[in-house]
Write a protein that binds this ligand. Structure first.
Ligand SMILES: CC(=O)SCCNC(=O)CCNC(=O)[C@H](O)C(C)(C)COP(=O)(O)OP(=O)(O)OC[C@H]1O[C@@H](n2cnc3c(N)ncnc32)[C@H](O)[C@@H]1OP(=O)(O)O
Ligand SMILES: O=C(O)CCC(=O)C(=O)O
Length: 405
């Protein structure tokens, strides 16, 4: 099937003014994703996930925070030495020891972060803005002098005065060669409008590529990430299954599919997303909710009669994109909301055929059964109900014959 027929393009985008997207993805599953309480990935698991991310075409993989442990450092180093097309990045505080750990790992990029919000300066660092910015500059200089590419990340940027961010970014880009400046919505306070405003303001004054790192505390991380891209952000941070601190991060699968459907960016191999999601569920012990976009169990599951009847003719009537596009599978369920056309289609698909009258009797039974049991019907139950309908039909027919003799 031609690629353009795998999804419905959002044609309303043609009426919207936005900056043409010039983006790359930095997936942070191995770092922020692992900060999900209770999650610990093994080296082998991180290598397997990085291999998948690389094969999907993710441009940057944030492999970890080397100073966290000896094993973490070893893992980041091993990932950095795999020869992936993806560039490998790691996290570092504004502390020389953290940069030394990054240097030992052979990463391409080190992300040096400080928070500059009053909240973090007062309660976390107990230090002034000048002191923290001084530490950041010293650390950036140390990293660049040692040949590392640098991302200067503003943690809690969404609660930092914009003028303070502009000033800090401008000073840093004037004094050192940094590859990126990063805006983190650390506590997930932004919405798409304010994200767009924040990124646009920084974009106007700063020449360095901008990264956006969104958290999902208000369920807006994906939307905010896309709003940032429309405002000029280059690097979009994501995690698989949206795992990460608290409510998690912007979801890789949502951002990637939205990039295709809304903006026509189709260079990523989205067919691997479902497998990657399963891998991350297994390794993290966290299964996405059934109604999670793209990879949830219900993302391509349909029960309602009107929907299924149309889907049997053309799936795009009720699917924004086909399951094949993300390596998923369609699932048609028989339940309380099933209609005759749907039931006939489902029964035919399992190689059975019922007459109209039998179908009507079956649908009655399906409705009674699902309302009694408060759940849909399994394949075995359906076959049992079909047998019952047939037996009842035979009995009636025999009765009618007797009566007529
Ligand atoms: C928004 C984010 O996601 S930030 C990343 C969060 N990730 C993690 O915390 C990873 C797991 N953390 C750890 O394993 C540990 O906390 C470590 C190894 C990083 C540090 O451990 P410790 O040395 O025991 O320090 P501890 O965690 O108690 O405190 C953090 C210290 O780092 C300092 N710090 C925090 N962020 C920064 C920063 N960006 N730049 C410089 N110093 C920082 C704090 O002020 C504090 O300093 P203090 O000890 O002088 O008070
Ligand atoms: O901006 C970044 O690159 C990282 C910061 C981060 O993880 C956060 O603030 O949540």
């Amino acid at each position: 099937m031609p690629e353009s027929e795998q999804y419905s393009r959002n044609k309303l985008m043609d009426f919207i003014e936005y900056r043409p997207l010039d983006i790359e993805i930095c997936d942070v599953t191995l770092r922020d994703g692992e900060q999900t309480p209770g999650v610990v990935f093994t080296k082998e698991q991180k290598l397997a996930m990085a291999t998948e991310l690389d094969s999907i075409g993710v441009e940057v993989i944030e492999a970890g925070f080397p100073v966290v442990s000896a094993n973490e450092k070893e893992t980041v180093k091993e990932i950095a030495n795999q020869g992936f097309n993806s560039r490998i990045c790691c996290l570092s505080r504004a502390v020389k020891g953290d940069v030394d750990a990054a240097l030992e790992c052979d990463v391409d990029i080190v992300s040096i972060f400080i928070a500059m919000s009053d909240m973090h300066l007062k309660y976390k660092y107990h230090r002034s803005l000048e002191e923290m910015l001084g530490c950041a500059k010293e650390t950036i200089e140390y990293a660049t002098d040692h040949g590392l590419k640098v991302r200067f990340a503003a943690e809690d940027a969404s609660r930092t005065p914009i003028d303070r961010l502009k000033q800090a970014f401008k000073e840093v880009e004037k004094e050192y060669k940094v590859q990126y400046v990063s805006l983190a919505d650390t506590i997930g306070i932004l919405n798409p409008t304010t994200t767009h405003y924040l990124v646009s303001e920084i974009f106007k004054e700063v020449n360095t590529s901008i990264c956006i790192h969104c958290h999902d505390d208000l369920g807006m991380a994906t939307a905010n990430t896309l709003a940032a891209a429309e405002a000029g952000a280059k690097q979009l941070h994501t995690t698989v299954n949206a795992i990460g601190e608290r409510a998690g991060n912007a979801s890789l699968e949502e951002v990637m599919v939205a990039l295709r459907v809304q903006y026509g960016i189709d260079r990523y191999d989205t067919t691997k997303l479902t497998n990657l999601s399963k891998m991350v569920s297994e390794y993290s012990g966290i299964t996405p909710s059934v109604n999670k976009a793209v990879v949830g169990q219900n993302a391509f599951t349909h029960e309602s009669g009107i929907h299924v009847a149309a889907i049997l003719e053309e799936p795009r009537t009720y699917e924004l994109f086909l399951p094949e596009m993300v390596g998923g599978k369609r699932n048609l369920v028989v339940g309380k909301h099933t209609g005759t056309k749907a039931l006939k289609g489902i029964i035919n698909s399992i190689g059975l055929c019922l007459e109209r009258e039998e179908l009507c009797a079956l649908i009655e039974k399906v409705k009674v059964c699902t309302e009694e049991k408060h759940k849909s019907i399994s394949r075995d139950q359906l076959e049992r109900l079909i047998t019952q309908v047939r037996q009842e039909k035979e009995t009636t027919e025999k009765g009618e014959e007797k009566f007529s003799i």
